[in-house]
Design a protein around this ligand. Structure first.
Ligand SMILES: [Fe+2]
Length: 196
């Protein structure tokens, strides 16, 4: 199937000043779009042409098709992990899961920021559900919990392209802004509900 760039789930200027329109024009309009274009080109004439995106991510071997498909999926998941007026304390079942796994929301924030900061080079930090337990995982490059049997609840993109225009080298400030101002806990709860 031909893959298309999904529209952002918010207006392109809606995350400012924490995440600017200019960053989204590049990150969504250029980087995310390039993964879509690359995937469509690379899958031509292969068995992956007949598959939906999740099937490609789960079945493709290491290489260009996997990298681009996983990055398409990861970025769409990242946009949905953010919302205008988000961040702060979680609600619902995710709040209970965070208290059970991390002791408190304050401690979770520290551990999430630490995961995002200690992913060396490009990658992602994720809150996942793993057999009913909430956990933090970090993945390099395009790697994604979609292939590990864990259910992704939220993610933050820590590739340099995710933050350089707004935060330059200050990854910690970017991650703090995401946690305090942008995380979409409704999305996390919907993902957790689907995990069962
Ligand atoms: Fe990115």
């Amino acid at each position: 199937m031909e893959h298309t760039l999904p529209a952002l789930p918010f207006a392109i200027d809606a995350l400012a000043p924490h995440y600017s329109q200019e960053t989204l024009e590049f990150h969504h309009g250029k980087h995310h779009n390039a993964y879509v274009v690359n995937l469509n080109n690379l899958q031509k004439g292969t068995e992956f042409e007949a598959m939906d995106l999740e099937s490609i991510v789960k079945k493709a071997p290491a290489g260009g098709i996997y990298n681009n498909a996983a990055q398409v999926w990861n970025h769409t998941f990242f946009w949905n992990s953010l919302k205008p007026g988000g961040g702060g304390a979680p609600t619902g079942a995710v709040a209970k899961g965070i208290d059970a796994a991390f002791g408190s929301f304050e401690n979770f924030k520290k551990e999430f920021a630490n995961a995002a900061m200690t992913q060396f080079g490009s990658g992602w930090a994720w809150l996942v559900a793993d057999k009913g337990q909430l956990k933090l995982v970090k993945t390099p490059n395009a790697e994604t919990p979609l292939t590990t049997g864990q259910t992704a609840l939220l993610t933050v993109d820590v590739w340099e392209h995710a933050y350089y225009l707004d935060y330059q080298n200050r990854r910690a400030d970017f991650v703090a802004a995401v946690i305090d101002k942008l995380l979409n806990w409704e999305f996390a709860n919907a993902n957790l509900a689907r995990a069962g």
